[in-house]
Write a protein that binds this ligand. Structure first.
Ligand SMILES: [Zn+2]
Ligand SMILES: [Zn+2]
Length: 165
C-alpha cells in the first residue's frame, strides 16, 4: 500500500486518510475508537453504467438514500421508482467515459446525467437548495452498499403495480 496523498476532502471526515492503491482505486480508511479499542473501516465505492463506458468512484459514504416515485424519475429510469443516495458533489469522481456522459435539464436547475451509449441513469444534481450535493443512482454501484435507512419520497405518484401480487 502506498500512502500518496492526503486530500482536501480528508478534512470532511475527522481522522480519515485517503490511500491510493494499484489500479487507481481509492480507499478511505476511517478509524473509530470504541471503548478503548481501535478498529478500522475501509470505505471504497466504485460504480459504472450498463455498457461499462462510464465509470466513477465515490470518495465518501453516500447518505440520505431514497426511493423517488416522482413521474420524472419513473420516466427517466423506465421503472417504478429511482433510488438515489446523496454525497458532496466533489466526492463523485468520474474515472472514465466522461465523453459518453450526457445530461438533461428535467426541471428548474435540475440536471440528470446518463450514459448516452446505454442509457443508464447516473446522477441527479443542480438543486438550488443543495448546490454542493449530488445524488447517485445507487443501482449503478458495483461495490456493495447498504444504506442505514431508506425513505420513500414523492409517493403521491407511486405506481399501482408496485408490489402487485
Ligand atoms: Zn453506458
Ligand atoms: Zn424523482
Amino acid at each position: 500500500m502506498e500512502i500518496c496523498f492526503i486530500t482536501k476532502r480528508s478534512r470532511r471526515i475527522p481522522n480519515a486518510w485517503h490511500f491510493r492503491f494499484a489500479l487507481n482505486l481509492v480507499f478511505t480508511a476511517q478509524w473509530f475508537r470504541f471503548g478503548g479499542s481501535v478498529s478500522c473501516k475501509v470505505i471504497m465505492y466504485l460504480g459504472s453504467c450498463l455498457c461499462g463506458e462510464v465509470k466513477y468512484k465515490l470518495l465518501s459514504e453516500p447518505k440520505k438514500a431514497s426511493n423517488c416515485h416522482c413521474t420524472m424519475c419513473q420516466k427517466q429510469h423506465g421503472a417504478a421508482f429511482a433510488t438515489y443516495a446523496s454525497l458532496p458533489k466533489n466526492d463523485l469522481v468520474y474515472i472514465s467515459g466522461l465523453s459518453a456522459l450526457a445530461e438533461y435539464n428535467s426541471s428548474g436547475s435540475i440536471v440528470r446525467k446518463f450514459c448516452k451509449v446505454c442509457g443508464s441513469s447516473m446522477e441527479w444534481g443542480g438543486s438550488s437548495q443543495y448546490p454542493d450535493w449530488v445524488s447517485v443512482a445507487i443501482a449503478t454501484l458495483d461495490s456493495p452498499y447498504k444504506p442505514n435507512k431508506i425513505i420513500d419520497i414523492q409517493t403521491d405518484t407511486k405506481v399501482c403495480w408496485l408490489n402487485y401480487s
